[in-house]
Structure formats: C-alpha cells, structure tokens
Write a protein that binds this ligand. Sequence first.
Ligand SMILES: Nc1ncnc2c1ncn2[C@@H]1O[C@H](COP(=O)(O)OP(=O)(O)OP(=O)(O)O)[C@@H](O)[C@H]1O
Ligand SMILES: [Mg+2]
Length: 417
Amino acid sequence: MTGGTNGNGAVSGDLRGTGSPVPRIIPGEMVGRGADCRALDDLVQAVRGGLSRSLVITGEPGIGKTRLLEYTAQAAEGVRTVSMAGVESELRLGFAALHRMLVPFLDRVGVLPAPQRGALGSAFGLAAGSPADRFLVGLGVLTLLADVAAEQPVIWLVDDAQWLDRESLEVLGFVGRRLYADGIGLLFGARDASPGLTALDGLPTRHLSGLEPAAARALLATTVAGALSASVAARIITETGGNPLALREIAGQLTPDQLAGRSPQPHRLPVGRRLQGHFLRQVKQLPAATGTLLLLASAASSDDPAALWRAAALLDLGPGDADPALAQGVISVHPRVTFRHPLIRSAVYEGARSGDRGRVHDVLARIARQDGDQDQEAWHRAAAAVIPDQDVAASLERSAARAEQRGGYAAQAMFLA
Ligand SMILES: Nc1ncnc2c1ncn2[C@@H]1O[C@H](COP(=O)(O)OP(=O)(O)OP(=O)(O)O)[C@@H](O)[C@H]1O
Ligand SMILES: [Mg+2]
C-alpha cells in the first residue's frame, strides 16, 4: 500500500476531448475519457472543499479503471491520496483489505469510542474478544477516516475491489453510503460482474466501455512506432471494442508490415496473454460441449445462427449446448451470433487445442461446400489442414485468383499466404 499527497494535474485537457486529426500524444498520456475525467475532477473538487464523495468505476479487464485512478491521484491537488489494491490471494481473509487500508492510521484508534475501538481490534485480530460487530466496525472506520481527513482532505483509491474480501467490502459499502461532509473520498476500481461487489450497491457508479474510435486511434498511434494503415487501425479498434489494453497488446504483436497493411493480417487478431488468460478462465468453466460450440462460433465467418446450428449438428451439438454460455452472457445468438466482447472470441479461438480447431474448421468447410461457397470452403480446409496439402493449396490459389478478379487484394494476399 502506498500513500501520499500528489499535486500535479499532469493530463492536458485538450487531449481528453478527441477529434480529428489524431493528436500527437506522448506514450502513457491519457486519451479520451473526457466525461470520466470531468466527473473525477468534480469528485476531487468536492473533497477539497470539505465534502465527501464515493464512486465505483467498473468495467472489463484492461478497459482503463486503474488509469482513471492514476489520473485522480495526479489531479488531486491539495488533497491527500492513499492507494491500495485488492489482492486475489486475500479474497477469503476476512477484513484483510480493510486492515491494509488502515494500517498507516491505526495509531489513531485512541480517538475512537471504546465500543468502536473494540470492534476494530477484534476485526483486525489485535484484541481477543467476541466476533467483530459489523456495524461497530463500520462506525469505527468512519470515525477514523474522518479523523485523518480533519487534517487534510483525503481520497482513498481502492483498486481491484473485486479482490477485496467480503467483510472489507461490506464495511466500505457501509462507510460509502454514510459519507457526507468530512472531506473524504472513496474511489473504487472494480471488474464487472464480480459477485462480491453487491456490497457496494447504492454507491454512485460509472461503467467504462471502450474508448471512442478517435481516442482509440490516438492510443494506437502512440503504440505503433512505424506506419499504421487506416484499415488495419479500424479493424483493430473494432475487434478490441476500443479496450485500451487490447489495443496496445494487439498492436505490439503484429509485425510492422502487418500494421502498415503491406502483409496480410492473421485470420483472428492475437490477443494479449493477460486478457486471453482472463477470458479463457471464464470459458474453461463451461461444459465441454459448450466450449466446442463456442469454438465453432469463433471460427465461423458468418454470424448467422442458422449456419451455426447446421455446423453444430455435424458435431452432435444442438442449441441447448449454448445455454450455459448464454446464461453467462458470453455469447448471444439472436438475432445474430455475437460474443459479448470480441476479445472473448479471439481468446476462445486461440486458446483451443489445434486439433479441436482443425475439427471445427473441417465442419465449417463441409457447410461451405454444401452452400457452394468455394472461397469459404478453401479457407476452412486450409485452416483445418495440419500438414501442407497440395489439394488445399491448389484450391486456395483458385480462391486468390477469384479475389483478385473482385479487386480484393487483401483477400488475395490472405489466401496466398
Ligand atoms: N484512456 C487511456 N489513455 C491511455 N492509456 C490508457 C487509457 N486507459 C487505459 N490505458 C492503458 O491501457 C492499459 C490498461 O488499462 P488499465 O490497467 O487501467 O485497465 P484496468 O481496467 O485497470 O484493467 P484490470 O481490470 O485488468 O485491472 C494500461 O496500460 C493503461 O495505461
Ligand atoms: Mg486495473
């Protein structure tokens, strides 16, 4: 845990509002998020003025929650900020997070009325006694925070709140709902759909979605040293949904020629290991049949549900096998087959064993053949082939020739590659 006063508004305002042409920005600088930054500026200003505020920033991994907490620390002129983050391994240790949050201030427990002091003492294992009364712990924390803030307004920046133990979250939710005018700020960053977060219900929340296209382009421009073709940038932005982490990681994994649009891009864009691991863990918990269905959907070129069910039937799978994924919101199939996030689709595809990938491509090739779509058939047969195959190569060359005739040079290059 770190603490300290920060005092420079390092982020220049003109870059937050985005527009064309793409602004030149320094790596690490904030792009986009104008409305979020203004909300955080307001929070800082209120706390500086002696009011209290709480706010929960939610969003998927890599979307920029931590970045906004950093922004707040930089923008908090005249306000003390104390940062801490939840730790996954402490998830089940009752009051562990609260203890870490308050350790620097525990020398003040003397200011607390005896029952509150006792409750905090037993919550933190400092004193033997009956189990901590949550209400008294909450009141004790409130009193303690107010005592700290009486010297200088303070904002606690609590990141990765999804990994805070349940007890700490409940106390912080209790405190957040009772803040009024002590110069206290409680700002949380938390991943979406984390079960324990209901403890923070009732606190103001901002949900982050992907960056606006212009901001996403600006971020890409800082990540890519060489040339970046507009169509490659557009594809990266679409496939990442403007997720800043994914934007950066994907840009880092493509070659300079791919980024410049001089050589073909992979069928599915590579996703950074961190994001992929996260999404894969979610998907791996689903039944095997559901996983195969998702793999099929991730490899399919069409988002037509009817085509998906036809292909699924060839693998002895049916619409019922999609139910667990539908229930978790991983995918939806009406009116089109769509993954909740394009990154999940990539993670499913890349995380699969190559044999399984080959199997679904083989099925998709058979469906394409039934539909008389030679290009699709050739493409899926190539993707299914684990060893070089003359027959497949020949059909790909024919597809490349057809693509050239249509003026599809990128498609031509892809088939030839
Ligand atoms: N608006 C932005 N401008 C520039 N860079 C950004 C922006 N938002 C995020 N980033 C960068 O993208 C990366 C991912 O952002 P960040 O770590 O804040 O995501 P997160 O939501 O906290 O993810 P996680 O849930 O995994 O903790 C970081 O390198 C961060 O600096
Ligand atoms: Mg984070």
